[in-house]
Write a protein that binds this ligand. Sequence first.
Ligand code: ADP
Ligand code: MG
Length: 677
Amino acid sequence: MALSDAVTTLRGVGRSKAALLEKLGIRTLEDLITYFPRTYEDRTKLCTISELIPGEPRCFTAMVVTQPRTSYIRRGLNSTRCSIADSSAKIRVTWFNQPWMSKNLQAGETYCFYGTLTGDEKGKQILNPVVERLDGPPVVTRCVIPIYPLTKGLSSKALQNLIFQAMEQEELPDYLPRDLMKDFMPLRPAYTEVHRPTSPETLKLARERLVFEEFFLYALGISMMRARRDRESHYPCPLPVPQSFYGRLPFSLTAAQQRSLDEISTDLSSGRPMNRLLQGDVGSGKTMVALGAMLQAVENGCQAALMAPTELLAAQHYQTISAFLEPLGIQCALITGSLTGAKRRRLMDYVAVGAVKIVIGTHALFTDTTDFYNLGLVVIDEQHRFGVRQRAALAAKGNAPHMLVLSATPIPRTLALILYGDLDVSVIDELPPGRQSIETFLVSSGYRQRLNGFIRKQVDAGHQVYIVCPAVEENEDTNLTAAETMFETMQDTFPDLRVGLVHGKLRSEAKDYAMARFLNHETDILVATTVIEVGVDVKNATLMIVEDADRFGLSQLHQLRGRVGRNSEQSYCVLVSDNRNPETRKRLQALCRTNDGFAISQQDLDLRGPGDFFGQRQSGLPMFKNASLAEDLTVLKQAQAAADSFLSTHPDPEDPDYGPLFGRVRELFSRSDDTFN
Ligand code: ADP
Ligand code: MG
């Protein structure tokens, strides 16, 4: 058996089990072995009952004082109760629907418990703790428990069994240079330890080994990508940005826009492939700079493509850009996943013969076989949704076109160096003139009435309102405000206003329709999910309400907020949250205080770490299964230094001694299994 074999080669994995694993993205034995716990519960430290803190799970030993008794509450619900005590205190314990507890536990005996203190002063108790005998092996208490992301029908135990079955197979491939690794825990013990930790200390060492590997391979890959810049470009663009671009501009560029465009223009004409990141806060005007670059490419006989993360955004770019280009006689086309049939083929033909100069689309542009005549420049908008792998795939495509990456998230420098180590950076650090800063408030849902009054006021003044919800539909588990429910509520609250709804589960025509109506001011209120997070530009919108704001990352909220304040009117952002957690409130209040995207992203990074920094998708860091940029910064630096020194002594990626190593790097950087979004 090989690591690339399907999970179905394992004992006990039939079609249905395989389908469950597939849901977790696990197809092969390798996927299984590298399906790392999301987190761990350290149950190795024991405390006393009096030391228990409400809401925090703890491990402690205690004697069962009264024999547990089960009482039936109603059909399908029973409770088993007893008191337990140690030398510090006595406390009540309740288990729901675990009647066997009354048989399993004996009054007078001492057990180890793991549970959470709940209730107020009057009725403190422990609900549903796990219990273990002290004379048995520590399986659920007194140990470190790995917590895996699971799916219904697959238990942690079952998953772990499969992982260890997969690990019985042959050698685990060790790609790293041996002399580098002599101070680390060997590979196999490291894998065993992360899946079944023996102690927090050994777990730490094991993680270090695996994290180092991830960072090392990544750093090597980035360096190899950077090296590509020294090649000669197939698309030299010596002619500058054409004057017709400046002639058509409805405004003059800000100094920062102009400086960035100049840097890009110099890259394009340099004779080497451009690999540049254009960073600028929401609303700083990246689109026009990108368009200037595209026109320079076209001026030099090349085609240019602009890639957006959503169809919505692609359509909006198309609208802006095609209107701009029309009098210039430059053909541009919109190609997205929803364009099909004869129409798609015809457009593709135009692209293939070079009649269409500028192509705007979603990632569908690159996932299927779009044939360009001579694609010289690729612009990727809203970079944080595209990972380094996609960048690598793109660079490898065709003749390595010039690449310009637009990022709306002002990424702190430390992080930018790691994530975009292969790119040069231009920064637009100034907003177009006349922008008002957005006033941001944090309120609880008790303010609903007043908030409705505020919505009314904005709409009466001729403005439009966004309401963003964290979920699409009502769901018992999550209790989050759903866009669909909010849409109905708004229709009921404001029967005379025009309310729209847009979310990711709608068909793309329905999405486009809702968006277009809002854009044309045919709706007053748009209820949405984060599909509107990136890029959407409706100048007349002056109020953004975010429901359950605590569910979003700070940078994400800042992005959302950037949807308003796009004209000279005073705009507002209202964060609605009933979360009382002081940390959470601190985060949200930070957003109320400042409009500076850089400050916010740094704060987000400090408070929550880079995982959350990228929102749920994390596609900025797709290749790290173990490593966390927040926790493992030291290992990262170590790995980066190691990669640099390794490359300086072994610069030849064809060196057969390191074939597997370089092969692994290439594989990691070209894998398409977790493509865009
Ligand atoms: P982002 O950087 O967030 O992508 P956009 O490119 O969407 O920003 O620009 C935001 C808005 O600002 C657009 O409506 C655009 O037309 C306008 N804009 C861009 N540059 C300028 C400028 N120099 N002066 C005035 N308005 C500008
Ligand atoms: Mg944009």
